[in-house]
Design a protein around this ligand. Structure first.
Ligand code: SF4
Length: 192
């Protein structure tokens, strides 16, 4: 055998050895399709759990705004009494700033001059935000239906989620309205 043949044979072996090493190392790093799907399903599961937790927290921590417009606001104050004990459902964290609230309770008639102020408060609330029209005046203008300066229901200017009938409605009715709102947020009753 000539000297050159020995050299080229050695080179050929080294090349094969190198190819084998590269192949082995890539094989270890290869992602198996099943592993990828397992990761995706874990991610989907984690996302749906997170979504459920967010929804659960949203449903069970409604923060109403400390805000009243007319005589229905007296009933709103009674809602905060020990007799109603609204805290048992997690409703009684009335906040003085709209930025910390997600429920606006329209308690009383809405004059046209108040509309820009109510809209501003609504815009400042954190999202998602909800409105309860509490009483006849908030729902349709009530006894002031024909008045020149009263809005015929807050839904003329802002979206209402739950309506409460009565003049005045009772605090218990507000309690029921908040339960309805919870069900609506939870998807148990249909949205408009
Ligand atoms: S619904 Fe009756 S109690 Fe309530 S604000 Fe109007 S007039 Fe007053």
């Amino acid at each position: 055998m000539e000297e050159n043949d020995v050299g080229s044979k050695e080179f050929e072996n080294a090349k094969q050895e190198m190819d084998r090493l590269v192949y082995e190392s890539l094989k270890e790093k290869e992602i198996k399709p099943n592993a990828m799907f397992a990761k995706l399903s874990e991610l989907t599961k984690a996302m749906s759990v997170t979504k459920g937790v967010v929804k659960w927290s949203r449903v069970n921590s409604l923060w109403p705004m400390q805000f009243g417009l007319a005589c229905c606001a007296i009933e709103l104050m009674d809602f905060g009494s020990a007799r109603i004990d609204a805290e048992r459902k997690g409703y009684l964290l009335f906040r003085g700033t709209p930025r910390q609230c997600d429920v606006m309770i329209i308690a009383g008639w809405v004059t046209k001059s108040m509309v820009p102020e109510i809209k501003r408060l609504y815009e400042q609330m954190s999202k998602p935000r909800y409105i309860i029209a509490f009483g006849e005046c908030a729902t349709c203008g009530g006894p002031w239906w024909e008045s020149y300066n009263i809005v015929k229901g807050i839904d003329q200017v802002l979206p209402v989620d739950v309506y409460v009938a009565g003049c005045p409605p009772k605090p218990e009715n507000l309690f029921e309205a908040l339960i309805k709102l919870q069900k609506k947020i939870d998807g148990k009753i249909e949205s408009r």
